[in-house]
Design a protein around this ligand. Structure first.
Ligand code: ADP
Ligand code: MG
Ligand code: MG
Length: 901
């Protein structure tokens, strides 16, 4: 028979921290703390396997489990000197859920299990505290009815009609009637009466009696903990966090210790370092005369742990350090032991029973990006962790968070948010509120920082959203228009802040009875979804020298090169600052869009409108100087770093004037008939331009275009060489599907190369010729493609489109459905589809390198800036990844993590 139970307590344990799969995180760490000799109330963990067997069998406990439980309970009783269900020295237990990975608040726990008419008198006699015993009893009835009798039974009451709310109401009514402020004001008689009322209500609402038997309570609670694995909240949390359903939860049955026996008792939570700032200071909250959940539930404002951890809200409350200096000292010792042992910041739960400290939980604590950075670097300097560990201590989401301006965590800690919504766009921003898109644009022009406040946004608001420093909406979810747009821009945004009432026409915002008018200041933390009144200070964490030190460590452990996708000198400069080691994609067509593009665009259009090769050549000659200058600037900026230049890719008609008005202006410019222009546009129309006359096909049909571009590249390079520089251009041919296309372009490039070198008198230009792999056929025939290429660059945007038969611009209509149903685990345009498309890539790399062992391999699709995709590229022996300038630090970190892992 397989074993289901592992005991802990009395200075030893059968399990340990490395058994999270079997014991769950909570159970494994309770065992570990017991092994470390820390004061952990004795108990036992029923394994996740047992949970799975229980669920599989439709709610039957496996055979023999009862004997195992009896045996383990006997051991616990021996350590504690009490007996479960005993009338004289009754032991009470908690039944606590705990999965492999922490799922905070998603599953259930029942406290004070084992209290019944048989054990009540014994416990009163033992503790000499009737108030405490009835306080524990009313808590048990409430929790048990809620967790075991309602939720585990699958009963789904209407909102506000659930048993817990009903019982809370009964208690509230009594407090009101008696004019009590706190739970602790209730008298023993009140509590006794409450327990009776609770039991009656449970019977009448749920149709069965609250069990007055310790064994029945125990098994009911264990079963309910297991069932909570399939509770609604737990299931949806697993979908979001991609936690497999097969893991199951463990059930920890643990002796109760009581934080509610008088004023020398207390309960609390602590972080071994500050989770918001990372500061190496013990941080936490506690409540005297309270049990378990009271601290988190926000029933009373909790007290600060230490004198230095006081904030403006709790400064008037006594710290544990002041109230119980001896216990505080012990807690600090525990903190030190745990940090030295786990070598990471821990999140702790503790309870003080009549002056004795007990540890109830430890786990690696969640933290902000800034805190993650500070802790990693501090712990390195303290000699706690090595460089490789430092690299793994900041995930790419946390790094991304730091790359945006942030609300100063120190200021945030001291300020209470006025509203909360969904964290739709990262970073922080402070500004004056405006209520229309037009105002946002106007105020922004006037040099003001603005927060655009709307009920919801629509495409008409885009200009204002662009101008605003942050966006706040009272409605909408994570997939609302505002959220999508903000995320795309990396702009701070909070959506669905339901507490905020927006009155657009009156230009007023109401929060909690307070009205904010146009021009008032608000501060938004878009990473957490918190809204603050006034203007909180922002910090730029990238300026922090620690950030540089951290990135230096990252780069020391990285071999995969990082390049950037960039064309403008501004982007190239940014990219260099963020560590670009080359350009992985320079799109030649960019120069026809945006600022200063008017003249080249007209020349290009003239070229496209040409009827004959002759005409086209003349037009290209006029265009030439623009193209050359553009390329030369970037080659010069990049010095001796490779610059991968892609020849013309989009279908030509994309450049032609579509509106009648622009067609007319263009016709005037050319001195031709507007009808001719319209006809030519018509002629170039394609039904499916993404698979039409584009990419290398342009070069094959209009070689003079490729020739002009190639000449521009080589002449720019030759000029730079003459000026004493060292340009390293790479010429990349897009959208190929056959090596013959490549051979044709290669011959053309070599001819131009020779001509330019001879004419300009340079001996050689260091350059490479290669292809994008972005059609499945190119991938499948990579052995041949490599014969005519020195490098491959995977264009994973097109390759994804072609592999899935899925247009990136049209996925919006069904993406959510596909994600919800789990057909797509990830958006394939965001994270490279390793399972399917990965086969094309692996195959292509293998075939390509078989033909040419030193074939250089990179990626230039959107995926180059996605952490998981970068790791995929590393595992497939890529030489480099390329991404937009702002994603570079993330790519660098992901690459280093891939190596360390
Ligand atoms: P969660 O995972 O939701 O935090 P826990 O199982 O940790 O649930 O328990 C909820 C609360 O009850 C915590 O504050 C915990 O410290 C407290 N608690 C759990 N077991 C005991 C116990 N045996 N004695 C005293 N308090 C307990
Ligand atoms: Mg807990
Ligand atoms: Mg492409």
């Amino acid at each position: 028979m397989s074993r289901y139970i592992y005991t802990f307590g009395g200075g030893k344990a059968e399990g340990g921290a490395n058994q999270k799969n079997t014991l769950g995180g909570k159970g494994a760490n309770l065992a570990e703390m017991a092994n470390l000799g820390l004061p952990v109330p004795a108990g036992f963990t029923i394994s996740t396997d047992c949970c799975n067997d229980y669920i599989k069998s439709g709610g039957q406990f496996p055979k023999g489990l009862d004997e195992e439980v009896d045996r383990a309970m006997a051991e616990v009783e021996k350590i504690m000197g009490m007996k479960y269900g005993d009338p004289d020295v009754p032991l009470l237990v908690s039944c606590r859920s705990g999965a492999r990975q922490s799922m905070p608040g998603m599953m259930e726990t029942v406290l004070n299990v084992g209290l019944c008419s048989k054990t009540l008198p014994g416990l009163i006699k033992q503790t000499n505290d009737e108030w405490f015993v009835y306080d524990a009893y009313r808590r048990l009835i409430m929790m048990y009815a809620d967790v075991v009798m309602e939720k585990a039974e699958g009963i789904e009451p209407k909102e506000e009609a659930d048993i817990k709310t009903q019982l809370e109401q009964i208690m509230y009514d009594r407090k009101k009637e008696k004019n009590y402020e706190n739970d602790t004001d209730l008298t023993v008689d009140d509590l006794k009466a409450l327990c009776d009322q609770f039991k009656e209500r449970v019977q009448s609402v749920l149709g069965s009696e609250f069990p007055d038997d310790a064994q029945q309570q125990l098994w009911g609670a264990i079963g309910a903990v297991f069932k909570s694995w399939n509770g609604k909240r737990a299931v949806s949390y697993r979908r979001i966090e991609r936690i497999p359903d097969e893991w199951g939860t463990a059930c920890n049955v643990q002796s109760m210790v009581f934080g509610n026996i008088g004023q020398k008792s207390a309960t609390g939570v602590a972080f071994t370092r500050n989770p918001a700032t990372g500061e190496n200071k013990f941080y936490g909250e506690w409540l005297p005369a309270a049990q378990g959940e009271d601290v988190v539930a926000g029933i009373r404002t909790p007290n600060p742990l230490s004198k230095e951890a006081k904030t403006t809200q709790n400064a008037h409350l006594p710290s544990l350090e002041e109230s119980m200096p001896e216990v505080y000292k012990k807690l600090v010792e525990v903190r030190n032991i745990l940090e030295t042992h786990y070598k990471d910041m821990q999140d702790l739960e503790f309870t003080i029973q009549a002056g004795d400290l007990f540890m109830l939980q430890t786990r690696t604590g969640k933290r902000t990006g800034v805190a993650a950075l500070n802790m990693a670097m501090d712990m390195r300097n303290e000699g706690l962790i090595d460089d490789k560990t430092v690299i793994t201590r900041l995930n790419t989401t946390q790094l991304d968070e730091i790359l945006h301006p942030l609300v100063d965590p120190a200021a945030e800690e001291k300020t209470r948010p006025v509203a909360e919504g969904l964290p739709a766009g990262p970073g922080g921003a402070a500004g004056q509120i405006v209520f229309t898109s037009e105002d946002a644009v106007q105020w922004h022009k006037a040099g003001k920082k603005v927060v655009l406040v709307r009920k919801e946004t629509s495409p008409e608001d885009v200009e204002g959203m662009r101008a605003a420093d942050a966006i706040l909406t009272s409605q909408g979810g994570m997939t609302s228009h505002a959220a999508l747009v903000a995320r795309g821009w990396g702009k701070c945004c909070i959506v669905g802040a339901e507490g905020a009432k927006v009155d657009g026409p009156a230009r007023k915002l109401k929060i909690d009875g307070k009205t904010y008018a146009e021009g008032d200041f608000l501060t938004l933390n878009g990473t957490k979804g918190l809204v603050y009144e006034g203007e909180l200070p922002l910090i730029d964490a990238t300026a922090d020298p620690r950030m540089n030190d951290f990135m230096k460590i990252v780069d020391r452990h990285r071999t995969l090169a990082v390049r950037t996708n960039a064309e403008t000198t501004k982007d190239v400069e940014t990219a260099l600052k963020f560590g670009a080691e080359g350009i992985g994609l320079f799109r030649t067509e960019h120069m026809f869009y945006g600022e200063g593009a008017q003249e080249p665009m007209f020349l290009l259009r003239r070229m496209i409108m040409s009827d004959s090769t002759e005409e086209r050549r003349t037009a290209l000659d006029d265009l030439y100087p623009f193209v050359k200058d553009d390329i030369k600037q970037v080659l010069e900026l990049m010095h001796d770093k490779p610059v991968n230049i892609r020849l013309m890719d989009p279908p030509l008609h994309e450049f032609l004037p579509q509106a009648e008005e622009t067609q007319k202006r263009f016709a005037e410019f050319l001195g031709i008939d507007v009808k001719t222009v319209a006809q030519r546009c018509q002629a170039l129309h394609e039904n499916n331009p993404m698979m039409g006359h584009r990419g290398v096909r342009l070069g094959v049909t209009y070689p003079e275009i490729s020739e002009m571009q190639t000449r521009a590249i080589f002449e720019a390079a030759a000029e730079l060489i003459t000026e004493g520089k060292r340009p390293v251009p790479e010429i990349m041919i897009p959208f190929c599907c056959d090596v013959k296309e490549l051979r044709e372009m290669k011959a053309l490039v070599e001819e131009v190369y020779q001509e330019v070198c001879d004419r300009m008198g340079v001996e050689a230009i260091e350059y490479k010729f290669g292809t994008m792999i972005e059609t499945p056929r190119a991938a499948l025939t990579s052995d041949e493609m490599a014969e005519a290429s020195e490098f491959f660059s995977f264009g994973t945007n097109d390759l994804t489109q072609m592999t899935f038969g899925l247009s990136r611009d049209d996925i919006g209509g069904f993406r959510e459905t596909y994600m919800d149903k789990g057909i797509f685990a990830r958006d394939p345009f965001q994270t490279l589809d390793a399972h399917g498309m990965g086969q094309l890539i692996t195959d292509s790399v293998e075939k390509g390198r078989r033909t040419k062992s030193d074939l250089k391999i990179g990626i230039c699709g959107e995926h180059g800036g996605d952490a998981d995709s970068v790791k995929y590229c590393f595992r497939n022996n890529f030489d480099y990844v390329s991404c937009s300038p702002y994603r570079l630090p993330i790519a660098r970190l992901a690459a280093a993590q891939a190596e360390v892992e």
